[in-house]
Write a protein that binds this ligand. Structure first.
Ligand code: FES
Length: 255
């Protein structure tokens, strides 16, 4: 796996909604080879706390401009400090890490819950010449700012919200059987909370549709050295999510 560690200069940063930010950084070496589903490990350049290195999925990359887009939610000290970064400042950026999605599908269905929709933006762009459908879910309208981000990338968007404030009331897995009965998809790509992925994996298996999932795990090192990110595999072995994944075939994971 080719990876590199660079001081990435912040190009711009903005609040998308509530406590969710979008940060664009210059990292041409990484942008040149990043694939949908891969991630970067970021650490604040001027802070000596190694615990503040964190994995972030790559939401988009622009090879011509040499930039990466990270969409992140503020969840602790590290991300609070990240929000303070101004254009021109830099951040340690290691990547691209992990294995990305298999992109061979012709009729893909992308399913994302909450911040799990971040890595699927780049995936939807990779499918721009194929008729991709996106099923997105979240707790409420405030959390479902994603249609604006996917606009222009994907026309077929279905939305569910836990409280019914936008789209269909319920979870993505509630709407999924309806979509699978209506349309013929040849692959499902999912990222989001564990319970959602489990439901998607089971439904995909029931309808006989191949399914890839991107797992979200705590990752200390990001490069296979610390074993902080393992999950049980159906082969009997434990997978390192950082290097064996984060993308797996749904059948490889013990749910
Ligand atoms: Fe260290 Fe995966 S994060 S082994």
């Amino acid at each position: 796996m080719v990876k590199t560690c660079v001081k990435a200069q912040v190009i711009k940063q903005r609040v998308i909604a509530g406590d969710v930010f979008e940060m664009i950084v210059a990292a041409p070496e990484i942008a040149a080879i990043a694939r949908p589903g891969q991630f970067v490990h970021l650490r604040l350049a001027n802070v000596l706390d190694p615990l503040l290195r964190r994995p972030f999925s790559i939401a988009d990359c622009n090879v011509d401009q040499g930039t990466l887009t990270i969409i992140y939610r503020v969840v602790g000290r590290g991300t609070v400090l990240m929000t303070k970064l101004q254009a021109g400042e830099s951040i340690d950026c290691m990547g691209p890490l992990g294995n990305g999605f298999d992109l061979t599908a012709q009729r893909p269905l992308l399913i994302g819950g909450g911040m799990g929709l971040a890595p699927l933006v780049m995936l939807a762009k990779a499918f721009c010449s194929r008729p991709a459908t996106v099923l997105m879910g979240g707790r409420n309208e405030q959390e479902l700012f994603w249609p604006e981000i996917y606009a222009g990338v994907c026309k077929n968007i279905h939305i569910t919200s836990d409280d019914g404030s936008i789209g269909r009331r319920g979870f993505t897995v509630d709407l999924l059987p309806e979509l699978l009965k209506k349309e013929k998809f040849d692959s499902i790509y999912a990222c989001g909370p564990h319970a959602m992925l489990k439901g998607v994996a089971e439904t995909a298996a029931h309808y006989g549709v191949p399914c890839q999932v991107s797992l979200e795990e705590y990752m200390a090192c990001g490069v296979g050295a610390c074993l902080s990110c393992t999950c049980a595999g159906t082969s009997g072995k434990r997978h390192k999510v950082c290097t064996d994944g984060p993308v797996f075939r749904a059948g490889e994971v013990v749910w």
